[in-house]
Design a protein around this ligand. Structure first.
Ligand code: NDP
Length: 535
């Protein structure tokens, strides 16, 4: 069972990954239509950029009200189209994005306030500088299917607050959630074309990149991220790339093991392991290894797997057949390499044995939450992103070894360190190559919209969320004023021997940053300016 099918009319058919039920059909938008959408967005931008922060705030807050009024329906749609439990649609998509919306609605004006910049000794020459922030124009948002509501909606809300207009291309696996986002902004009263949604597959996404927008916010795999960066380079369109992860959790033997076990289970299995910041590798210190593993297995066995609408279900369907196959293959690779499956390790379909043929007969994409021991960094699935409900455990002895193992990856999105020793926690956290490192906590900081989100290494470029993320959505403009515009600048033409002597003093005295040294060059400066006034 494939999750999306191409109908005769070049439509995309959206399927519930838990049941195979058809949710509906949407257009696979053509490149011409995408270009028209971007043109309309650019026209809308010309008015939207001049709206006040108060108007933008009022509209974003109105969009929140629309979500609150339709919350259960939206949670149901998210669960039906992406497979995740309704509980997670509420806790990991709707609640965090509502928080993000109120935060940026209330604070963008303050965060983007024009600011004066200290310009050192140039100030003594009567100069001043300030920075103001301009929106880019049209922001093209291309999200993945794993958080199909909160990621594009949050990025759109931030982009709009900063004065941009938005075109979203949702994943072909979750087009109705994308359309719902457009409907929310429309119901809130946003001007026509301030937010548009173009449904389609990767070719529609590629057309959006080529249109081109003025900024691209992409969330997805490293491979697609590279393709987008390459295509965007042709138009010099700047992109934020939020890419994959292989996030390590390091547990020292003095950690609270009950808490660490519960966190590992949630961090590895929420959203059926399909979070960019899932715990994908667990490193535990030898002294705590047996106890922690036992607690994790025991908790994992208690998890109910099933359709996401069942409130008792913790691990629901994966979003696509492709993901299910990857997980199956990674578990097989672990076994082949000598690791041990302690619990789970199978697709939940009676009679399933092979990765491809049997999955096609499945009525839903369910994989049992899987705990694996004896994993090592040499095993392929410890190096590639699994993006599924697996928790491989590897034992270490020393702090240095833990850091080396955690950093031995092309990815660097998030990581966590578990210990009661706060100085060790901070020391280790600062040595981990990742965009976010949690101490005695896992995964959830994408939900804190005040903090920057983004990866080191192949996990991405740029940031979303926080001040850093907001800055990605604006162009700083420097406005410089000469408050003493009555005299020529000493560095103007014509050049003379006195000019050369003055410039030498600029190099040795002014550029030292010392007021005393700069004061000592005043006679030379005066001489040069008198010379210029005479010429
Ligand atoms: P993909 O890279 O396959 O797709 C991401 C988006 O890009 C989809 O909307 C897709 O459309 C679109 N797309 C595909 N091809 C192109 C193209 N040539 N040009 C433009 N757009 C294109 O990723 P997945 O959807 O499989 O997402 C999973 C990945 O996302 C994982 O690696 C995960 O770690 C990462 N991710 C990272 C996050 C972060 O914050 N760092 C957060 C969430 C996920 P379509 O689906 O229709 O093909």
């Amino acid at each position: 069972m494939a999750q999306t099918m191409r109908a005769e009319t070049n439509e995309i058919v959206s399927i519930n990954p838990a049941t195979g039920e058809e949710i509906g059909r949407v257009a696979n938008t053509s490149a011409d239509d995408v270009r028209s959408a971007v043109d309309r967005s650019r026209d809308a931008f010309l008015k939207w950029r001049d709206t006040s922060f108060a108007t933008r705030k009022q509209l974003v807050m109105a969009a929140r009200e629309v979500i609150l009024a339709e919350m259960d329906d939206i949670a149901g749609l998210i669960s039906r189209e992406s497979g995740k439990p309704v509980a997670e649609a509420l806790s990991m998509e709707i609640a965090p994005v509502l928080d993000l919306m109120q935060h940026f609605a209330r604070n963008t004006e303050r965060l983007l306030k024009p600011r004066m910049i200290g310009i050192g000794l140039y100030g003594l020459l009567g100069r001043s500088s300030k920075v103001i922030y301009h929106p880019f124009g049209v922001v093209g948002i291309i999200p993945a299917w794993n958080y199909p509501f909160s990621i594009p909606l949050g990025e759109a809300a931030m982009a709009l607050m900063a004065g941009n207009t938005v075109v979203i291309k949702p994943s072909e696996l979750t087009p109705f959630i994308g359309l719902k986002i457009g409907e929310i902004f429309q119901k809130a009263g946003f001007p026509e074309n301030a937010v548009q949604v173009v449904t389609g597959d990767g070719t529609t996404g590629a057309a959006l990149v080529e249109a081109p927008p003025d900024k691209i916010m992409f969330t997805g795999s490293v491979a697609t991220g590279k393709r987008i960066a390459e295509a965007a380079a042709g138009n010099l369109t700047s992109c934020v790339l939020e890419l994959g992860g292989k996030d390590p959790m390091i547990v020292f033997d003095d950690a609270n093991l009950d808490l660490a076990a519960a966190a590992a289970v949630w961090g590895a299995f929420c959203n059926a392991g399909q979070s960019c910041s899932s715990v994908e590798r667990l490193y535990v210190q030898r002294g705590a290894a047996d106890k922690l593993t036992e607690k994790i297995i025991e908790r994992t066995k208690r998890l109910k797997v099933g359709v996401g609408s069942d409130p008792e279900v913790s691990v629901a369907a994966m979003s696509s057949e492709r993901q299910l196959k990857t997980v199956f293959e990674h578990v097989e690779a672990f076994k082949d390499a000598g690791a041990k499956v302690e619990t789970g390790g199978e697709v939940i379909v009676p009679g399933f044995t092979e990765p491809t043929d049997q999955i096609e007969t499945a009525s839903g994409f369910f994989f049992a939450p899987t705990v694996i021991t004896g994993a090592t960094n040499q095993m392929l699935p410890m190096r590639e992103e699994t993006f599924g409900p697996t928790l491989p455990i590897c034992v270490f002895d020393t702090e240095d070894e833990a850091i080396t193992l955690a950093n031995d990856s092309e990815f660097g999105l998030t990581a966590s360190v578990w210990t009661r020793d706060r100085s060790r926690a901070r020391r280790v956290a600062e040595k981990i190559e990742a965009g976010s490192v949690c101490i005695n906590e896992v995964l959830y900081t994408h939900g804190i919209s005040q903090t920057p989100w983004g990866g080191f290494k192949n996990s991405g470029r740029g940031r979303t969320h926080g001040l850093e993320g907001l800055m990605e959505l604006v162009q700083p403009q420097h406005i410089h004023t000469n408050g003493l515009a009555i005299l020529p600048d000493a560095w103007w033409m014509p050049y003379t021997p006195a000019a050369t002597a003055t410039f030498r003093r600029f190099a040795t005295d002014f550029a030292s940053g010392s007021i005393v040294k700069t004061a000592s060059m005043l006679p030379q400066l005066v001489k040069r300016i008198i010379e210029l006034l005479k010429k």
